[in-house]
Design a protein around this ligand. Structure first.
Ligand code: UDP
Ligand code: MG
Length: 341
């Protein structure tokens, strides 16, 4: 079959897929975000291929190269040249894990889309279980980790804290201890494409859209090689995206805290003014007043800070930039189903 390399300066708008005209309809699409994963790609491919082959139906492996700075790109191009099932999306720079997943989902044409990390922390063999649950009529099958091996204690604790606080803060039922490793039915994927928000927290969006969802459990392995691409800074950004995307409670919390502190400061002020009447001691008024001023200002700062988060998001949406920019793509049809440029 003709395999072509198309170049798009800008990512075409992601629209719902019409039926693809290819001869062999892809049944499963595996989306693999890749950022500096040169050490793991070959093994990841082998293990994914082994698993997908056992399903006995046509599949595609969509590697989304998220602006890797190592030789991941060259490795992927070599895989593309040797394997029929491999497709590659090359981002023009690093756009982040969540965007990479979204791009892969945009370009996936299978009836079921499976998102899996490249680093083999998510065992590819679990895909078989997911497919089974999907065949039984579930639209989303997410993998819930029971144990996280290999991750540092710090990572485990921060992750646990993150999932729990997200659960408290948001009204959307986002399952705890679930990463992006999941199977998504074509129809759910189509709905996801319609969600254009930029600060994406994909697993939250998947929960938000609904449909029949279920979990399969697994033990999270250690990374096969390389190191995590989620340093503290990125984890903080992800959690802030998650919380501001799926909860308005921080805004309300600021309001409550503000109200309580305002009340407290009134009491304090009143106390400071009345105390000399009873004790006859010198005036601590200046001190009290100073404290009150600091109090009030800190409330304002907190509130403004939180508001700023939301305003920043509004700003981000209003700019309406494309979610990502493709430098090149390998293995997708030329007149792409995504409406061309
Ligand atoms: N990743 C990505 N873009 C990024 C960071 C990570 O595509 O900016 C990919 C990475 O290659 C891996 C997956 O996202 O396939 C998860 O990243 P990682 O394993 O570093 O995260 P962790 O498992 O430590 O949370
Ligand atoms: Mg990992």
């Amino acid at each position: 079959p003709a395999r072509n390399t198309a170049h798009y300066p800008v990512q075409p708008n992601c629209e719902l897929l019409p039926e693809s005209g290819s001869k062999e309809r892809v049944r499963y699409s595996v989306v693999i975000p890749v950022y500096n994963e040169q050490e793991v790609l070959a093994t990841a491919y082998d293990r994914l291929k082994a698993v997908m082959d056992t399903l006995g139906e046509p599949y595609e492996l969509i590697f989304v190269n998220d602006g890797s700075k190592d030789v991941s790109r060259e490795i992927l191009e070599r895989l593309f040249a040797t394997s029929q099932s491999v497709k590659v999306l090359n981002f023009s720079r690093n756009f982040g894990h969540q965007v990479a997943i979204s791009a892969g989902m945009d370009y996936a044409s299978g009836d079921a889309v499976i998102v899996i990390d490249a680093d083999l922390q998510d065992p590819p063999e679990l895909i078989l279980k997911m497919v089974e649950a999907w065949r039984q009529g579930n639209d989303v099958v997410y993998a819930k980790r029971t144990v996280r091996q290999g991750d540092t204690r710090f990572k485990r604790w921060t992750a646990a804290l993150f999932y729990r606080s997200l659960r408290i803060l948001t009204d959307v039922d986002i399952p705890v201890d679930t990463g992006d490793f999941r199977l998504i039915d074509r129809k759910v994927c189509a709905v996801m494409k319609g969600l254009k928000e930029k600060s994406r927290f994909v697993r939250g969006l998947v929960s938000w859209v609904g449909f029949r969802q279920t979990a399969v459990e697994y033990v999270r392995d250690r990374r096969f090689a390389g190191e995590t691409k989620y340093p503290l800074k990125r984890m903080l950004r992800l959690s802030s995206d998650a919380i501001t995307s799926f909860s308005e409670k921080p805004l309300k919390m600021a309001m409550y805290v503000g109200a309580i502190l305002a009340l407290a400061s009134i009491v304090a002020l009143f106390g400071a003014l009345c105390a000399p009447l009873f004790t006859g001691s010198g005036v601590s008024g200046l001190f009290a007043l100073g404290a009150v001023v600091v109090f009030v200002n800190s409330i304002l700062l907190i509130a403004v800070g939180i508001l700023g988060q939301y305003v920043a998001r509004i700003h981000d949406e209003a700019r309406d930039r494309p979610l990502y920019i493709l430098e090149s793509q390998l293995g997708f049809e030329e007149e792409s189903r995504h409406g061309g440029a």
